[in-house]
Design a binder for this molecule. Structure first.
Ligand code: GDP
Ligand code: CA
Length: 327
Protein backbone atom coordinates (compact mmCIF):
# COMPACT_ATOMS: atom_id res chain seq x y z
CA UNK A 1 0.00 0.00 0.00
CA UNK A 2 1.18 3.52 -0.76
CA UNK A 3 0.40 6.23 1.75
CA UNK A 4 1.19 9.93 1.48
CA UNK A 5 1.30 12.05 4.62
CA UNK A 6 1.63 15.86 4.38
CA UNK A 7 3.23 16.65 7.75
CA UNK A 8 4.42 19.45 10.01
CA UNK A 9 6.72 18.90 12.97
CA UNK A 10 5.82 17.31 16.29
CA UNK A 11 2.20 16.28 15.61
CA UNK A 12 3.14 14.97 12.18
CA UNK A 13 6.23 13.11 13.34
CA UNK A 14 4.49 11.38 16.25
CA UNK A 15 1.59 10.32 14.02
CA UNK A 16 4.07 8.94 11.47
CA UNK A 17 5.74 6.86 14.16
CA UNK A 18 2.33 5.37 14.97
CA UNK A 19 1.64 4.77 11.29
CA UNK A 20 4.93 2.91 10.82
CA UNK A 21 4.06 0.74 13.81
CA UNK A 22 0.53 0.10 12.49
CA UNK A 23 1.95 -1.01 9.14
CA UNK A 24 4.69 -3.13 10.68
CA UNK A 25 7.40 -0.95 9.15
CA UNK A 26 8.59 0.03 12.63
CA UNK A 27 12.33 0.03 13.30
CA UNK A 28 11.79 -2.75 15.85
CA UNK A 29 11.13 -5.14 12.97
CA UNK A 30 14.49 -4.20 11.46
CA UNK A 31 15.17 -1.16 9.29
CA UNK A 32 15.85 -3.22 6.19
CA UNK A 33 12.81 -5.46 6.56
CA UNK A 34 11.06 -5.58 3.21
CA UNK A 35 7.39 -4.60 3.43
CA UNK A 36 4.67 -3.99 0.88
CA UNK A 37 4.04 -0.56 2.31
CA UNK A 38 5.55 2.76 1.35
CA UNK A 39 5.05 5.99 3.24
CA UNK A 40 5.92 9.25 1.53
CA UNK A 41 5.99 12.34 3.72
CA UNK A 42 5.48 15.78 2.20
CA UNK A 43 7.23 17.92 4.79
CA UNK A 44 6.35 21.51 5.60
CA UNK A 45 9.13 23.99 4.81
CA UNK A 46 7.16 27.17 5.54
CA UNK A 47 8.79 27.34 9.00
CA UNK A 48 12.27 27.41 7.46
CA UNK A 49 14.56 30.30 8.32
CA UNK A 50 18.17 31.34 7.75
CA UNK A 51 20.02 32.15 10.99
CA UNK A 52 23.79 32.51 11.49
CA UNK A 53 24.17 31.74 7.79
CA UNK A 54 22.55 28.33 8.31
CA UNK A 55 19.36 27.20 6.61
CA UNK A 56 17.14 25.75 9.32
CA UNK A 57 14.29 23.37 8.41
CA UNK A 58 12.58 22.62 11.73
CA UNK A 59 9.76 20.39 10.49
CA UNK A 60 11.86 18.25 8.14
CA UNK A 61 14.41 17.73 10.91
CA UNK A 62 11.74 16.92 13.52
CA UNK A 63 10.33 14.19 11.26
CA UNK A 64 13.82 12.89 10.42
CA UNK A 65 15.06 12.83 14.04
CA UNK A 66 11.79 11.42 15.44
CA UNK A 67 11.57 8.55 12.97
CA UNK A 68 15.33 8.00 13.03
CA UNK A 69 15.55 7.74 16.81
CA UNK A 70 17.49 10.97 17.41
CA UNK A 71 14.78 13.25 18.81
CA UNK A 72 14.64 14.78 22.27
CA UNK A 73 11.46 12.98 23.36
CA UNK A 74 10.38 15.37 26.12
CA UNK A 75 10.75 18.47 23.99
CA UNK A 76 9.56 16.90 20.75
CA UNK A 77 12.17 18.82 18.72
CA UNK A 78 15.96 18.95 18.63
CA UNK A 79 18.49 16.22 19.35
CA UNK A 80 18.65 13.84 22.25
CA UNK A 81 21.57 14.41 24.71
CA UNK A 82 21.97 17.91 23.34
CA UNK A 83 24.38 20.59 24.58
CA UNK A 84 24.42 24.30 23.72
CA UNK A 85 28.06 25.41 23.71
CA UNK A 86 27.88 26.86 20.18
CA UNK A 87 24.79 28.87 21.15
CA UNK A 88 26.61 30.30 24.21
CA UNK A 89 29.67 31.15 22.14
CA UNK A 90 27.52 32.89 19.51
CA UNK A 91 25.83 34.91 22.28
CA UNK A 92 29.31 35.88 23.59
CA UNK A 93 29.99 37.40 20.17
CA UNK A 94 26.73 39.34 20.48
CA UNK A 95 25.21 37.37 17.62
CA UNK A 96 21.46 37.69 17.29
CA UNK A 97 18.91 36.26 17.63
CA UNK A 98 19.38 34.60 21.01
CA UNK A 99 15.86 33.13 21.12
CA UNK A 100 16.53 30.25 18.73
CA UNK A 101 17.82 27.06 20.34
CA UNK A 102 20.26 25.47 17.94
CA UNK A 103 22.15 22.75 19.80
CA UNK A 104 25.66 21.45 19.17
CA UNK A 105 24.64 18.10 17.71
CA UNK A 106 21.97 19.80 15.65
CA UNK A 107 24.58 22.25 14.34
CA UNK A 108 26.35 19.39 12.56
CA UNK A 109 23.17 18.67 10.59
CA UNK A 110 23.06 22.33 9.64
CA UNK A 111 26.69 22.43 8.54
CA UNK A 112 26.03 19.47 6.23
CA UNK A 113 22.99 21.27 4.84
CA UNK A 114 24.90 24.56 4.43
CA UNK A 115 27.74 22.83 2.59
CA UNK A 116 25.34 21.11 0.20
CA UNK A 117 23.45 24.36 -0.42
CA UNK A 118 26.77 26.05 -1.23
CA UNK A 119 27.54 23.21 -3.66
CA UNK A 120 24.24 23.87 -5.42
CA UNK A 121 22.10 20.95 -4.28
CA UNK A 122 18.33 21.47 -3.92
CA UNK A 123 16.66 20.92 -0.54
CA UNK A 124 15.11 17.63 -1.72
CA UNK A 125 18.54 16.16 -2.47
CA UNK A 126 19.96 17.51 0.80
CA UNK A 127 17.09 15.98 2.77
CA UNK A 128 17.68 12.63 1.07
CA UNK A 129 21.39 12.81 1.95
CA UNK A 130 20.65 13.59 5.62
CA UNK A 131 18.14 10.72 5.71
CA UNK A 132 20.88 8.33 4.52
CA UNK A 133 22.17 8.59 8.05
CA UNK A 134 18.86 8.61 9.95
CA UNK A 135 16.96 6.00 7.94
CA UNK A 136 13.54 7.30 8.96
CA UNK A 137 11.78 4.42 7.19
CA UNK A 138 9.72 6.84 5.08
CA UNK A 139 10.51 8.81 1.96
CA UNK A 140 10.84 12.37 3.25
CA UNK A 141 10.27 15.04 0.59
CA UNK A 142 10.16 18.78 1.22
CA UNK A 143 6.92 20.29 -0.12
CA UNK A 144 9.04 22.45 -2.44
CA UNK A 145 12.68 23.16 -3.30
CA UNK A 146 11.78 26.84 -3.62
CA UNK A 147 12.02 29.23 -0.72
CA UNK A 148 8.66 29.70 0.98
CA UNK A 149 8.64 31.41 4.36
CA UNK A 150 5.66 32.03 6.58
CA UNK A 151 5.49 35.60 7.85
CA UNK A 152 3.06 37.00 10.36
CA UNK A 153 1.68 40.54 10.20
CA UNK A 154 1.61 41.94 13.72
CA UNK A 155 0.82 45.33 15.20
CA UNK A 156 2.25 46.72 18.42
CA UNK A 157 3.87 49.93 19.71
CA UNK A 158 6.48 49.59 16.92
CA UNK A 159 3.69 49.70 14.35
CA UNK A 160 2.33 47.23 11.83
CA UNK A 161 4.94 44.93 10.32
CA UNK A 162 5.57 41.43 9.06
CA UNK A 163 7.91 39.24 11.09
CA UNK A 164 9.13 35.72 10.39
CA UNK A 165 6.86 33.00 11.76
CA UNK A 166 9.68 31.71 14.01
CA UNK A 167 10.11 35.13 15.65
CA UNK A 168 6.36 35.31 16.31
CA UNK A 169 6.14 31.67 17.52
CA UNK A 170 9.30 31.35 19.62
CA UNK A 171 10.23 34.87 20.72
CA UNK A 172 6.68 36.18 21.22
CA UNK A 173 5.08 32.79 22.03
CA UNK A 174 2.36 33.75 19.49
CA UNK A 175 1.10 36.28 22.05
CA UNK A 176 1.34 39.29 19.68
CA UNK A 177 -2.06 39.39 17.96
CA UNK A 178 -1.64 38.43 14.31
CA UNK A 179 -3.57 40.26 11.62
CA UNK A 180 -2.47 38.04 8.79
CA UNK A 181 -0.35 34.96 8.05
CA UNK A 182 1.42 35.06 4.69
CA UNK A 183 3.31 32.35 2.82
CA UNK A 184 6.03 34.49 1.22
CA UNK A 185 7.04 32.96 -2.10
CA UNK A 186 4.24 30.39 -2.05
CA UNK A 187 2.47 31.65 -5.15
CA UNK A 188 5.45 30.97 -7.41
CA UNK A 189 6.70 27.81 -5.66
CA UNK A 190 6.66 24.45 -7.41
CA UNK A 191 6.14 21.10 -5.68
CA UNK A 192 9.49 19.37 -5.07
CA UNK A 193 10.46 16.55 -7.44
CA UNK A 194 8.48 13.43 -6.60
CA UNK A 195 5.68 15.15 -4.70
CA UNK A 196 2.98 15.11 -7.39
CA UNK A 197 4.03 11.64 -8.55
CA UNK A 198 3.73 10.30 -4.98
CA UNK A 199 0.25 11.81 -4.62
CA UNK A 200 -0.89 10.41 -7.97
CA UNK A 201 0.40 6.94 -7.03
CA UNK A 202 -0.99 6.99 -3.48
CA UNK A 203 -3.73 4.62 -2.34
CA UNK A 204 -4.68 6.94 0.50
CA UNK A 205 -3.67 10.31 1.94
CA UNK A 206 -3.55 10.79 5.70
CA UNK A 207 -3.41 14.26 7.26
CA UNK A 208 -1.80 13.96 10.70
CA UNK A 209 -2.79 16.27 13.56
CA UNK A 210 -0.41 18.98 12.36
CA UNK A 211 -1.00 22.70 12.65
CA UNK A 212 -3.82 23.34 10.15
CA UNK A 213 -2.58 26.83 9.26
CA UNK A 214 1.22 26.97 9.28
CA UNK A 215 1.95 23.27 8.64
CA UNK A 216 -0.85 21.68 6.58
CA UNK A 217 -1.93 25.10 5.28
CA UNK A 218 1.58 25.88 4.00
CA UNK A 219 1.81 22.55 2.17
CA UNK A 220 -1.62 23.06 0.61
CA UNK A 221 -0.48 26.55 -0.39
CA UNK A 222 2.12 25.27 -2.86
CA UNK A 223 0.32 25.53 -6.22
CA UNK A 224 -0.61 22.09 -7.50
CA UNK A 225 -0.49 20.15 -4.25
CA UNK A 226 -4.03 20.78 -3.01
CA UNK A 227 -5.36 20.27 -6.53
CA UNK A 228 -3.64 16.87 -6.69
CA UNK A 229 -4.87 15.83 -3.23
CA UNK A 230 -8.58 16.50 -3.84
CA UNK A 231 -8.70 13.63 -6.35
CA UNK A 232 -7.61 11.14 -3.67
CA UNK A 233 -9.17 9.59 -0.58
CA UNK A 234 -8.06 11.89 2.24
CA UNK A 235 -8.60 11.31 5.96
CA UNK A 236 -7.47 13.85 8.54
CA UNK A 237 -6.90 13.76 12.30
CA UNK A 238 -7.98 16.80 14.29
CA UNK A 239 -5.19 18.66 16.13
CA UNK A 240 -7.93 20.41 18.11
CA UNK A 241 -9.61 18.64 21.01
CA UNK A 242 -12.45 20.18 23.00
CA UNK A 243 -11.84 23.63 21.51
CA UNK A 244 -8.09 23.81 22.21
CA UNK A 245 -4.87 22.64 20.58
CA UNK A 246 -3.26 19.64 22.27
CA UNK A 247 0.13 21.37 22.45
CA UNK A 248 1.45 24.59 21.01
CA UNK A 249 -0.53 27.65 20.04
CA UNK A 250 -2.43 26.62 16.92
CA UNK A 251 -5.43 28.57 18.27
CA UNK A 252 -3.51 31.82 17.67
CA UNK A 253 -2.93 30.79 14.04
CA UNK A 254 -6.58 29.87 13.53
CA UNK A 255 -7.75 33.14 15.08
CA UNK A 256 -5.43 35.05 12.72
CA UNK A 257 -7.15 33.55 9.68
CA UNK A 258 -10.64 33.89 11.15
CA UNK A 259 -11.29 30.21 11.87
CA UNK A 260 -12.78 29.12 15.19
CA UNK A 261 -10.63 26.77 17.29
CA UNK A 262 -12.78 23.67 17.05
CA UNK A 263 -12.50 20.28 15.37
CA UNK A 264 -15.55 21.11 13.24
CA UNK A 265 -14.31 24.52 12.07
CA UNK A 266 -10.88 23.12 11.11
CA UNK A 267 -12.54 20.42 8.98
CA UNK A 268 -14.76 23.00 7.30
CA UNK A 269 -11.72 25.19 6.68
CA UNK A 270 -9.79 22.31 5.07
CA UNK A 271 -12.93 21.72 3.00
CA UNK A 272 -15.15 18.83 2.00
CA UNK A 273 -13.58 18.84 -1.48
CA UNK A 274 -10.28 17.84 0.19
CA UNK A 275 -11.36 15.80 3.22
CA UNK A 276 -13.32 12.60 2.85
CA UNK A 277 -13.00 11.56 6.48
CA UNK A 278 -12.15 13.35 9.74
CA UNK A 279 -11.27 11.88 13.10
CA UNK A 280 -12.24 13.91 16.15
CA UNK A 281 -11.59 13.09 19.79
CA UNK A 282 -14.26 11.35 21.86
CA UNK A 283 -14.64 14.70 23.65
CA UNK A 284 -15.96 16.07 20.33
CA UNK A 285 -18.24 13.08 19.57
CA UNK A 286 -21.35 14.13 17.68
CA UNK A 287 -19.46 16.66 15.53
CA UNK A 288 -21.00 16.83 12.06
CA UNK A 289 -19.52 18.41 8.95
CA UNK A 290 -21.37 18.54 5.62
CA UNK A 291 -19.85 16.21 3.07
CA UNK A 292 -17.26 14.69 5.45
CA UNK A 293 -17.50 11.37 7.31
CA UNK A 294 -16.68 12.22 10.94
CA UNK A 295 -15.77 9.55 13.52
CA UNK A 296 -14.70 9.96 17.13
CA UNK A 297 -11.76 8.15 18.72
CA UNK A 298 -9.26 8.88 21.50
CA UNK A 299 -6.89 11.32 19.72
CA UNK A 300 -4.19 11.83 22.33
CA UNK A 301 -0.84 10.40 21.22
CA UNK A 302 0.25 9.66 24.79
CA UNK A 303 2.35 6.57 24.15
CA UNK A 304 3.26 4.06 21.44
CA UNK A 305 0.00 2.10 21.83
CA UNK A 306 -2.42 5.03 21.64
CA UNK A 307 -0.47 6.56 18.75
CA UNK A 308 -0.49 3.32 16.77
CA UNK A 309 -4.23 2.85 17.42
CA UNK A 310 -4.89 6.39 16.19
CA UNK A 311 -2.90 5.85 13.00
CA UNK A 312 -4.66 2.55 12.40
CA UNK A 313 -8.06 4.20 12.86
CA UNK A 314 -7.18 6.88 10.29
CA UNK A 315 -5.95 4.26 7.84
CA UNK A 316 -9.00 2.02 8.36
CA UNK A 317 -11.37 4.92 7.75
CA UNK A 318 -9.48 5.86 4.58
CA UNK A 319 -9.66 2.29 3.28
CA UNK A 320 -13.35 2.09 4.13
CA UNK A 321 -14.10 5.35 2.33
CA UNK A 322 -11.98 4.29 -0.61
CA UNK A 323 -14.34 1.35 -0.90
CA UNK A 324 -11.96 -1.32 -2.15
CA UNK A 325 -9.27 -3.59 -0.84
CA UNK A 326 -5.71 -2.40 -1.40
CA UNK A 327 -4.12 -4.17 1.53
P1 GDP B 1 4.94 21.65 14.80
O1 GDP B 1 5.35 21.96 13.39
O2 GDP B 1 6.05 21.10 15.63
O3 GDP B 1 4.15 22.71 15.45
O4 GDP B 1 4.01 20.38 14.68
P2 GDP B 1 2.77 20.04 13.79
O5 GDP B 1 2.31 21.16 12.95
O6 GDP B 1 2.98 18.72 13.15
O7 GDP B 1 1.73 19.73 14.93
C1 GDP B 1 1.27 20.67 15.85
C2 GDP B 1 -0.14 20.28 16.21
O8 GDP B 1 -0.18 18.95 16.70
C3 GDP B 1 -0.73 21.16 17.29
O9 GDP B 1 -1.78 21.90 16.73
C4 GDP B 1 -1.25 20.16 18.34
O10 GDP B 1 -2.56 20.50 18.75
C5 GDP B 1 -1.24 18.84 17.62
N1 GDP B 1 -0.96 17.72 18.49
C6 GDP B 1 0.15 17.53 19.24
N2 GDP B 1 0.05 16.39 19.97
C7 GDP B 1 -1.17 15.86 19.67
C8 GDP B 1 -1.88 14.70 20.12
O11 GDP B 1 -1.42 13.91 20.94
N3 GDP B 1 -3.12 14.50 19.58
C9 GDP B 1 -3.69 15.35 18.67
N4 GDP B 1 -4.91 15.06 18.19
N5 GDP B 1 -3.04 16.46 18.24
C10 GDP B 1 -1.82 16.71 18.74
CA1 CA C 1 6.45 23.57 12.39
Amino acid sequence: MRIVVPAGGIGGARFLRGLKAALGTDASTGPDQATDHEITVIGNTGDDITLFGLRICPDLDTVMYTLGGGINEEQGWGRTDETFTVKEELAAYGMKPTWFGLGDRDTATHIVRAQMIAAGFPLSAITEALCDRWKPGVRLLPMTDDQVETHVVVEDEQGRRAIHFQEWWIKHRAALPAAEIIGMGADTAKPAPGVLRAIADADVILLPPSNPVVSVGSILGVPGIREALVDKTVVGVSPIIGGAPVRGMADACLTAIGVETSARAVAEHLGSDLLDGWLVDDADAGTEVDGIEVRSRPLYMNDAETTEALARAALDLALELRGDEVR
